[in-house]
Design a protein around this ligand. Structure first.
Ligand code: HEM
Ligand code: HEM
Length: 236
């Protein structure tokens, strides 16, 4: 049996500060807000009969909505001022290398390739999915503001969002989209936590820890030239 070489292995890895604190804080505020918004939103959609602190439930929904909106806005701003792994082009696969990496990354997920793709931040496929997730969050914010604008007190500046209702196809459509978006986000969460735990184990690069600490441990060559590894090098 080949002896294990933990020391040599660890010297090949670079400790990289991938997720700066605004990315991590935004992530966890968004997660907390979505959980609170889903619980309170579900109660609004299915009011439990005579048990009725519904006003409080709606108030909690509004406060969590403010937290979600601020965290979302700060993450979008960070897509333009953050480090290279937080940038917008790591999400939207518009650059040629990212676009070309989509197919091979899918091959890796489908067990066609044997080595995980060598990207330090998000791989191109994960980035593209996160783009959709951010768009669903934006949908929740616009439909939510559209609904709130019609029930806000008469003096409220929130009436400024009244134009959103007709744009979204009417308030009933907005409400339906708002409800469907919740299930999409909760469905995504199940898949996301499963694959984050799995990839963190398979890649052994501290992906799971990174969303708390910011650091990943990655092969140095991936920092210099991130790519999909097509061939498995022959074992020594
Ligand atoms: C991920 C985030 C969110 C989730 C999961 C969520 C969930 C829900 C659900 C399930 C409902 C009930 C819909 C129905 O009656 O079928 C609802 C209602 C509502 N939500 Fe959200 N929501 C979110 C974000 C927001 C945001 C950002 C706002 C912004 C103000 C907002 C404002 C509202 C309003 C005004 C209602 C209608 C309450 C009423 O009927 O009086 N929501 N939400
Ligand atoms: C509804 C809940 C969640 C949503 C919408 C969500 C969304 C996201 C998004 C958009 C990113 C990309 C980060 C960025 O570029 O800003 C991300 C990364 C990440 N999330 Fe979540 N997340 C959720 C819940 C969770 C939970 C509960 C965990 C852990 C138990 C988790 C673990 C991670 C990890 C480890 C990463 C980093 C992945 C990487 O390095 O590529 N997430 N999440």
């Amino acid at each position: 049996m080949r002896p294990l070489r933990p020391i040599e292995r660890s010297t090949e890895l670079a400790r990289v500060y991938v997720w700066e604190w605004p990315v991590r804080v935004a992530h966890w505020v968004i997660v907390g807000a979505i959980l609170v918004l889903s619980a309170t939103g579900y109660v609004v959609a299915h009011p439990p009969g005579r048990w009725a602190p519904l006003g409080t439930v709606k108030a909690v929904h509004s406060y969590a909505a403010i937290a979600l909106t601020l965290a979302f806005a700060s993450r979008v701003a960070w897509m333009f001022i953050g480090n290279r792994w937080a940038q917008w082009d790591q999400l939207l696969p518009v650059r040629r290398e990212r676009w070309r990496g989509l197919g091979p990354t899918l091959e890796w997920y489908l067990f066609v390739l044997r080595k995980p793709p060598g990207y330090v931040g998000h791989n191109p496929l994960a980035g593209a999915i996160y783009t959709l997730v951010f768009l669903i969050e934006l949908l929740m914010i616009t439909t939510g503001f559209a609904m709130y604008s019609v029930s806000a007190p008469y003096w409220s500046p929130m009436h400024a969002f009244g134009f959103l209702g007709p744009l979204l196809g009417g308030l009933q459509t907005a409400r339906w989209l708002h409800h469907a978006g919740m299930w999409l986000l909760l469905g995504f969460m199940v898949h996301h936590v499963y694959s984050a735990v799995l990839m963190s184990q398979v890649e052994a690069n501290a992906t799971m820890e990174s969303i708390f600490s910011g650091y990943k441990f990655v092969p140095e060559e991936d920092v210099v030239s991130p790519r999909v590894r097509r061939a498995t090098p022959p074992s020594p």
